[in-house]
Structures are given as structure tokens and as C-alpha cells.
Design a protein around this ligand. Structure first.
Ligand code: HEM
Length: 456
């Protein structure tokens, strides 16, 4: 049986009714993106399920996505998301607090700032690639996702604190993500209060939270004691120095802590996911590898690719864009309706949760030709003419667009360029790769690869 909501145009939007009371709780919990794909295939651009009576609408038409994210964001705020990790940081805050924090945080990720951090990034990147080659030299394989996460975690740790990360920091954070991410998919945040009670691993989250707070507050208090120092380009210091636009107020300790956790949470796993899928694609398409290597040789010669080279690595950039189209790390963007409102010709009641899945939007048959084909050249400027602004939203759109978009693109392109310049990569897992949605869109059984130094 179907659920239906009357449309003002007489059309009906429908989805499966699901179980009594629970509705579609289990498909949403187990694999919400698979549910979204199924619903779009069966019911079109706007479809609806209920979970505990809460209506949840899936939108995939770029026209509706633009209206929600860009044209009328006041009608479609972010839902209230409460969890002790994110606190009231940028990814979850709303209203005036969000506006104030966004004005303070966004400038910290300008091109100029990313350039400042680029030496530090290159440093970590070289260590990472050398480590992968050393494993390959011993004949050992590794999980690309874990290694990409380790690399990007190191980059973020140094960006925040200008310290080398310890294995303990990485292991603790990955453990927290493992527990938190399983229960805490972006839609699962709506039901956070209910879920941990059933989760025997919840104490591990409590321990991780206690440690993370200790790491941040400890470093913050030292930074406050020490005061400003020339040449300090840590994100921690920049957050301490940031001033609100209208009042010139600075952040208190809790606000700095929240932003550090949010920036960490929003960044390293996302970039690691993008890199993982990019490396996998390169193992599948030898022609893509050949073109990236030719481009890197033309732009960098035998030198390692640097920050300044990235703008010239246009084909490699298109490869990354195509990866973020087909395997968008942020698999959903969440909003809710602030009042009864019509979307895509359908009347949705106040409080309807809106899930816009870039995975589905990036495959919309009216906006993408041969959507399943891996074709980086579809991002050539001449082929993008006339493309809808919201047909491609791996970083979101509108006022809440990702603050780390430039940083991500630079880091992913530079990593792919260096890796393929120096190494051959072999994928050792099953094909096709099974995926799952955790905090990001990840391979279900990891991404086993072997990396060997290139000869000659
Ligand atoms: C491939 C990498 C990344 C992807 C795919 C990605 C994706 C996204 C998306 C889709 C949003 C919008 C969410 C929404 O509208 O609700 C977002 C927001 C955000 N991203 Fe990213 N992101 C990436 C990397 C980063 C990095 C490197 C940082 C910072 C270091 C970052 C920080 C943020 C923050 C703070 C927000 C919240 C902005 C706000 O709500 O005002 N992200 N990201």
C-alpha cells in the first residue's frame, strides 16, 4: 500500500507505507540511499516515506533543489540536529548563531589561507605516499580508505594544531566514527536520542568524546595563555583571533571547541572518501591514468606537483569532479519545511524532512546524458554550457555551501597527481565495489589496493 500526499496540481506523490508506527524505519536505518534510489525509480522526483509518523520527502530534481538551497532557504532550514560531538558548530547550527559563526569561519578557508597551509599539506602527502610505496615494496596491500583517512587526518591535525598526530589520536577518532557513523548517518541524527539507548557500543562514544574534548581544551588553554605569535597559521589560532562582523566579539572556548570538531568531522573523512573512489577509478580506467600522467609531466616535469600546479592540472581536476558526481562523499543534504509548502507541485506539511541525495541528483536522466558512464570530459567548460546550477551539488549550494570546497579540490587533485606520477596502483577487491552510507558514501568492504613505485 502507498502513502500519498495531495498535490495542489491534483498529482499524488507516493511511497511505500511501511510498517505500522515504524513506517520505513528499517530501510532508512539499513540503507537510506538504496531506498532513495528505489523511490525515485518508482515514484519520480518527489517521493515520500514516513518514519514514526514523520514525513520524509526525497527530492532529486535540480529545480526543486535550487529552490530549497538557494532561492528560499528561509522556508527550508536545516533540521535541529543535536549530538554531543557537533555541539552547536557550523555544520549543525541554525539562525543567528549560524550566521555569526559562518562569517567568522568562512574566511579561514579562502584561497589565500589554503595556500598558506599548502606546504604542510605537501609534507604530509609525501610521507603518506612514501609509506604506501614502502608497504608495496614489502608486497603488502592496504585499505585505501583507511590510509586516505590517515593521510587527511594528519593534514587536518597539523592544520589545526601544527603538531604531528599520534597513532592514538587517529585510532580513537576512527573508532568514534565507526560507532557514531553507523548509527549516525545524516538522516539518523533526527533519531539520535532514540538510537544510542539500543547501542551497546554507546560507552565507546562517551569515552571518545571525553578524550576529544580533553585534546582540544588542553591545546586551547595553552594557546590562550601564550597569546598571539608571529607566523602562527594554525586553525586553532585563527579561530581564537576571529571576530564577529557586527559586534567584533570573539568565540568562547566552547564555540572554538565546537568549530574544531565540526571542521574535523566535515573534512578529513569527506576528502578521504573522494580520494578512495578516485584511486579506484584509476585502477579501472588505464586511459584515464595515461592522460593524468601526461598532464602531470607537461605541467610539473619530474618535480612533485605543488599547490601552484593544481590550477593547471585541468584534466585531473575533471577526473575528481566526475568522481564527486558518481560517488559523492556527502550522500545527502538535509533540510525541513518551516511551514506547509509546495515543492515540485506537491504540498508538503510543516516539519517534513527533505533529503536531497547528490547520488540521485547527479544521475537525473533529464540532466545527465549516459549518467552511469565515467566521463571526466563531461566537465569541459563547453560541455557544461546550459547545465542546471543544481544538477551538480557535491558540496551543496546556496548560503550553506561547503566552506572547504577549494581545500578539498586542491588536496584531492594534488594527491592523485603525485600518486600516479610516482606509483602504479592495483585494486585487489571484488568488482563491482559494494557501497554503503555511513557518515560518508564509502566502500562496504574497504578498498584493498597494492601500490608499487613506478620504474624509470
Ligand atoms: C570532498 C570533500 C567534501 C565534500 C564532498 C563536502 C561536502 C559538503 C556538503 C554537501 C555540505 C553542505 C551541507 C548542507 O548544505 O547541509 C558541506 C558543508 C560543510 N563543509 Fe564540506 N565537504 C567536503 C570537505 C570539507 C572540508 C575540507 C571542510 C573544512 C575543512 C568542510 C567543511 C564544511 C563545513 C564547515 C560545512 C557546513 C557549512 C554551513 O552549514 O554553513 N568540508 N560540505
Amino acid at each position: 500500500m502507498d502513502t500519498s500526499v495531495n498535490s495542489s496540481s491534483g498529482r499524488r506523490v507516493a511511497g511505500p507505507r511501511g510498517l505500522p508506527v515504524l513506517g520505513s524505519f528499517f530501510p532508512m536505518l539499513n540503507e537510506p540511499l538504496a531506498l532513495a534510489n528505489k523511490l525515485h525509480a518508482e515514484y519520480g522526483d518527489v517521493s515520500l516515506v514516513r518514519v514514526y509518523g514523520t514525513p520524509i520527502a526525497f527530492l532529486r530534481n535540480p529545480v526543486d533543489v535550487k529552490r530549497v538551497l538557494i532561492d528560499e532557504p528561509h522556508l527550508f532550514p536545516k533540521p535541529r540536529i543535536e549530538n554531543p560531538f557537533n555541539g552547536n558548530g557550523l555544520t549543525v547550527s541554525r539562525g543567528e548563531h549560524w550566521k555569526r559563526q559562518r562569517h567568522m569561519v568562512q574566511p579561514l578557508f579562502s584561497k589565500e589561507k589554503v595556500r598558506l597551509w599548502s606546504g604542510l599539506f605537501s609534507d604530509e602527502l609525501h610521507k603518506g605516499v612514501e609509506r604506501w610505496m614502502a608497504l608495496g615494496a614489502k608486497g603488502e596491500s592496504f585499505d585505501m580508505y583507511t590510509e586516505a583517512a590517515r593521510l587527511m587526518f594528519g593534514v587536518m591535525w597539523r592544520t589545526c594544531f601544527d603538531e604531528n598526530p599520534r597513532e592514538e589520536h587517529f585510532a580513537r577518532i576512527m573508532d568514534a566514527i565507526d560507532v557514531f557513523g553507523r548509527r549516525h548517518t545524516p538522516w539518523g541524527v533526527l533519531f539520535y536520542k532514540l538510537l544510542p539507548r539500543f547501542d551497546p557500543k554507546a560507552p565507546r562514544m562517551g569515552m571518545a568524546l571525553w578524550l576529544i574534548n580533553g585534546w582540544i581544551y588542553g591545546r586551547l588553554s595553552k594557546r590562550r595563555e601564550r597569546g598571539t605569535r608571529d607566523g602562527d597559521i594554525t586553525l586553532l589560532s585563527m579561530l581564537v583571533e576571529a571576530r564577529a562582523r557586527e559586534t567584533a566579539e570573539s568565540m568562547n572556548d566552547k564555540e572554538v571547541r565546537d568549530e574544531i570538531v565540526n571542521l574535523f568531522g566535515a573534512s578529513f573523512e569527506m576528502i578521504a572518501t573522494s580520494l578512495t573512489w578516485a584511486v579506484h577509478a584509476c585502477t579501472q580506467y588505464p586511459d584515464v591514468v595515461r592522460r593524468i600522467r601526461e598532464e602531470v609531466r607537461e605541467v610539473c616535469g619530474d618535480e612533485a606537483p605543488k599547490y601552484e600546479d593544481v590550477a593547471k592540472l585541468t584534466y585531473t581536476t575533471r577526473v575528481v569532479q566526475e568522481i564527486n558526481r558518481l560517488s559523492p562523499p556527502a550522500w545527502t543534504i538535509l533540510r525541513e519545511t518551516a511551514e506547509d509548502v509546495e515543492v515540485g507541485g506537491v504540498m508538503l506539511p510543516k516539519g517534513t524532512q527533505l533529503l536531497m541525495c547528490p547520488y540521485a541528483i547527479h544521475r537525473h536522466p533529464d540532466h545527465w546524458k549516459d549518467a552511469e558512464t565515467f566521463d571526466p570530459d563531461r566537465f569541459l567548460p563547453e560541455r557544461q554550457v546550459g547545465q542546471h546550477k543544481c544538477a551538480y551539488v557535491p558540496f551543496g549550494a546556496g548560503q550553506r555551501i561547503c566552506v572547504g570546497q577549494h581545500m578539498s579540490q586542491v588536496d584531492t587533485v594534488q594527491t592523485l597527481a603525485l600518486l600516479l606520477q610516482r606509483c602504479d596502483v592495483e585494486y585487489l577487491g571484488r568488482s563491482p565495489v559494494e557501497w554503503q552510507t555511513r557518515l560518508t558514501f564509502v566502500p562496504k568492504r574497504g578498498m584493498p589496493v597494492r601500490v608499487r613505485a613506478r620504474q624509470g
